[in-house]
Write a protein that binds this ligand. Structure first.
Ligand code: PLP
Length: 383
């Protein structure tokens, strides 16, 4: 049995989602742009799925653009907005984000800096929160856009997106939020944002499908040209994946009511780990977090950071899958940019593991993790 606690990297496809997708992988294969009956049926299926996704964030289906990933959605939002601003408002040459964003945003900001944009990267405090006072000081009539994630993928920390959006808008700047980890785990309302990024595979949907919400009237220029998605994103629609995303969003909406259960299991895990591992500390534990995420820093009896990679490997051998920070940076030698931005030293960041639960995580699985810990503690701390 594998205990899978890496749901912020990706989640298992829900059986209901698989069932919804199957007809579109085999029999119903028509192109939604085709004018015949099967094509129109595919088009209807896409429309229904978009309505399901839109309902999760309080949007209209017409406000959504389906993309090949959340990374593409974020690129479309930011590049699409800036392209218009560049042409219409030359004063605005400044963009703002935070030090703890996903690389989908941070790497794009690096590239935009090279292309001449003035970039402010907001620092975060020990809990991973940027200060709205810092943001208010940074934003001006020269700011084109502010991008702040709704919830951090490594720590689960919920970011002050409503306040950040209000500050951006007060100066006429646009506001983008990456809600990939938040949607389906906490209530997410698109109303605060001009652009909002979503991904199916973090909510028990398929990989390779994302969505971008664009507020009606917000500036937008397509990244990929073509007639699909009302000329806002070219390329034949991935109908099975879009239908799967719709089914996943519908389930996620129902499961939001059960978020307390996930938080209960997460707390059981967290308290259990802290009780069995003296000196362990929750990164970001001092502020509100997603109900499914716990990022824990391990230390020896004298408070010295241990090597979490060793712990991860030993847990893996025991059939327990967790991660060190983000999936994409795991395996590399670089310490997590999120944890170092929170003020942790390299060794402390390298002593941290992320446990991320899902709707399918059980109490028995949590207890299986806890039962491994005393032996691992004895081995790693005594070693
Ligand atoms: N944003 C956040 C917060 C994420 O956690 C991820 C995935 O890890 C992404 C964006 C990128 O998602 P995708 O790989 O689907 O493009």
């Amino acid at each position: 049995m594998t205990v899978y606690l890496d749901n912020n990297a990706t989640t298992a496809l829900a059986p209901e989602v698989r069932e919804a997708m199957l007809p579109h992988l085999f029999g119903d294969f028509a192109n939604p742009s085709s004018p015949h009956g099967p094509g129109m049926a595919a088009r209807r299926a896409v429309g229904e799925a978009k309505a399901q996704i839109a309902a999760l964030i309080g949007a209209r289906p017409a406000d959504l653009i389906m993309t090949g990933s959340a990374t593409e959605a974020t690129h479309s939002a930011i590049l699409g907005a800036l392209r218009v601003i560049e042409e219409t408002d030359h004063r605005r040459d400044h963009i703002v984000t935070t030090a703890v964003e996903h690389p989908a945003t941070l790497a794009l900001f690096d590239d935009l800096r090279l292309r001449g944009w003035r970039v402010t990267i907001l620092p975060v405090n020990r809990d991973g929160l940027p200060s709205l006072v810092d943001l208010a000081a940074a934003v001006s009539e020269e700011t084109a856009l502010v991008s702040m994630m709704w919830a951090n993928n490594e720590t689960g920390v919920l970011m002050p997106v409503a306040g950040a959006s209000a500050i951006a808008h007060a100066h006429g700047a646009l506001f983008h939020t990456d809600a990939v980890q938040a949607a389906g785990r906490v209530p997410v309302a698109c109303g605060i944002a001009d652009y909002l990024t979503l991904s199916a595979h973090k909510m028990h949907g398929p990989k390779g499908i994302g969505a971008l919400y664009v507020r009606k009237g917000a500036p937008f220029h397509p990244l990929i040209h073509g007639h699909q998605e009302r000329r806002r994103r070219g390329g034949t629609e991935n109908v099975p994946a879009i239908v799967g995303f719709g089914a996943a969003a519908a389930l996620a909406g129902l499961w939001l009511d059960e978020a307390d259960l996930t938080a209960f299991l997460r707390d059981r895990l967290e308290h259990g780990v802290l009780a069995r591992w003296p000196g362990a500390v929750v990164n970001g534990g001092g502020t509100a977090r997603l109900p499914n995420t716990s990022n824990i820093r391990f230390a020896d009896a004298r408070g010295r950071p241990i090597d979490a990679e060793e712990l991860l490997m030993r847990l893996d051998r025991a059939g327990i899958a967790v991660s060190m920070g983000a999936a994409c940076s795991s395996g590399g030698n670089e310490p997590s940019h999120v944890l170092t931005a929170m003020g942790l030293g390299k060794a402390q960041a390298a002593a941290s593991l992320r446990f991320s639960l899902s709707r399918y995580t059980t109490a028995a699985e949590v207890d299986a993790v806890l039962s491994e810990l005393p032996a691992l503690h004895a081995r790693l701390v005594a070693a």
